[in-house]
Ligand binder design. Sequence first.
Ligand SMILES: [Zn+2]
Length: 432
Amino acid sequence: MTTILCVSALLAAGTVVAKDVVIHAGTLIDGVSATARQQVSILIRDEKIVGIEPGYTSPAGAEVIDLSKATVMPGLIDCHVHISGKLPSRTNATEYWLTHSALDRAFDGAMFARQMLQQGFTSARDVGGGEETVALRNAIDAGKVPGPRLWVALEALGPTAGHGDPRSGLDPDLSHTGWENSIVDTPEEARLRVREHKRRGANLIKIMPSGGIASTGDDPHQQLMTNDEMRVAVETAHSLGMKVAAHIYPAAAIENAVRAGVDSVEHGSFATAETFALMKAHGTYLVPTLSVFDVYYVAARDHPELLTPGTAQKELANDLLPKKNFPLAVKSGVKIAYGTDLGEGDHAMEFGLMIANGLSPMEAILAATRNAADLIGASDRIGSIQAGHYADIVATEGDPLRDASAFQRISFVMKGGVVNRFDRAPAAAAAE
Ligand SMILES: [Zn+2]
């Protein structure tokens, strides 16, 4: 009687009995070790991993998840997404931008976030979006919609007429309340915008020191922010506990941004061996985003009418250069973190591109797990399978160390101890 009372008192107080789960992993790539292990048990209590043991153990009361025929990895992390962004091959970019509110984009983002999670991505950095990205992060954290854990930058900061200026190419008389959120033309404006972003819910800052490719009127070969603007943006962000991601192509601009203290160079496509050596010396990450260049090259070739006006020529002239330059980055030993630059779309495609252009499969996995978690600043809770970390765990029936397409066949996704996907072979499912 006393026991029953105790249990009901606990339930009434909202206390939930701990849930124990054990995963039997046929092959385990833990996101720390350089080699895979065979036949390992991962012990999970509620949302956290509590232990890793050799062999298949089945503690009393624990639910067993049989992944003995699969390769088990930490939840994957995409460090460069635009969670509410559409694929350029399906929707006209300008039409979408002018006909969808932040609320509309939030619903699109919710759909893409769910798809990302199904693809095995349990965490992501959104490096350029509007207030819908903050709302999505909060809704995902609260368990209202499924999706990866998100770190969001809000609007990417850059100068008037730069890569992040929403007015470029539009009728100059058009205006929108949010369009000034990305503009910094002085160091003082950089300081103010970083602080405003913090107030509006950002947990990192993105800057646009150089021009870009998928934008009207700017030149990806030019540095457009001043060194002082970059320095003040970085100092202010760091003083508020936020990291800084910097979209940059040209070598000289990358070197200036590295000296200004940015934490990662996004794209970095026109870097030289000297640039990568400087990044390595400063510990600056490269997030190469080979995926987006493939996607946009095909769009520019097959559907130029869907791109932002005047950008198809820029895409065709520049989008093949990043892959050409990537082996130089690999050779330099610069730290690489995984990033696609996609919202809608196949977030696993970057694995195949990085591996085909010089990274080993294990290095590619570490880029999307250990390194990505380190760049985000969350290595103590995500990015590897070890005790004390969130139970963010994925599996594929294929062998990702031999076949890059295995990353596109993720069959099991657990985030924070909750199973979001589990495709079992028909025979196994029928036997239950
Ligand atoms: Zn981007």
